[in-house]
Design a protein around this ligand. Structure first.
Ligand SMILES: [Zn+2]
Length: 257
């Protein structure tokens, strides 16, 4: 039931201030509410014309039709004036009639609009927190939710813990239709990797001053089917006397052969 990966809110701005998180105190307002039911890495939604909508329960507090046996659920907040409930559905459970399971992973060609990706991402985070915070990290005893908080307190040693925050910033520097790439200046000196030159002059990619860059493929060991495509100034690369087959053998054997 625990999502393997958790995707950060896609874009809070796209909720246009219509979402109020259930951060502190109080219970949800009355009403039927909308349900964010996560199955594996998918959100169960009801097709609605060209788009999708979140399913509703038939009566206040009740899960949507076909999901009556769903397990524990939590109040995520209020969206467009309606309470939103979050619950997980087992991976192999059938999708109820009238609903569709749409991926929450943008890279997998999701058809969900940004606002459902955003609120679905929050639902996955909540489920992840609930599935990993049930026991005290210090003594292993069961924890209980702190009043009005997402945090939990250990019933035995009273240790309190809260969801982790991982602030991150990604900046794309653009110059017209070009983007700037960077390498890590903190990479340690005296450390080398086997890389294969795949483009002796990378077309269209240069240093900011126009100096040429060489494209290299840096394979993962021992499986070179994936790796990194990196660009370096020619003088940063050190030629070896290895043939390509010798270098590949070294990669797949993790240095043994
Ligand atoms: Zn404890």
């Amino acid at each position: 039931m625990t999502p393997l990966s958790v995707y950060l809110p896609f874009n809070m701005d796209c909720l246009r201030g219509e979402f109020t998180p259930a951060k502190r105190g109080g219970g949800p307002p009355s009403g039927r509410g909308r349900w964010l039911v996560v199955q594996d890495q998918k959100l169960l939604v009801a097709p609605d014309g060209e788009g999708f909508r979140l399913p509703q329960g038939r009566e206040p507090g009740a899960p949507p039709e076909g999901l009556e046996s769903i397990g524990a659920h939590a109040w995520l907040g209020t969206w467009h004036g309606e309470p939103c409930w979050v619950a997980a559905q087992p991976k192999d459970a059938p999708v109820p009639e009238g609903l569709a399971a749409e991926t929450l992973v943008p890279m997998q060609g999701t058809r969900l609009p940004d606002e459902l990706l955003t609120i679905g991402g929050m639902a996955m985070q909540l489920l992840y927190w609930e599935s990993t915070s049930g026991h005290c990290p210090r003594c292993g005893a069961p924890t209980a939710r702190l009043e009005g908080e997402w945090g939990k307190r250990c019933g035995v040693c009273r240790y309190e813990h809260y969801p982790h925050l991982h602030p991150a910033v990604i900046v794309l520097v653009r110059d017209g239709d070009r983007v700037l790439l960077a390498r890590k200046a903190i990479w340690a000196p005296g450390r080398y990797a086997l890389a294969f030159v795949t483009a002796s002059t990378a077309s269209g990619i240069t240093e900011a001053d126009g100096s040429p860059l060489v494209g290299v493929f840096l394979p993962h060991a021992p499986n070179p089917a994936t790796g990194f495509l990196l660009f370096y100034p020619p003088e940063a690369l050190i030629p070896t006397s290895l043939r390509v087959d010798q270098a590949l053998k070294m990669v797949v054997s993790a240095g043994v052969a």
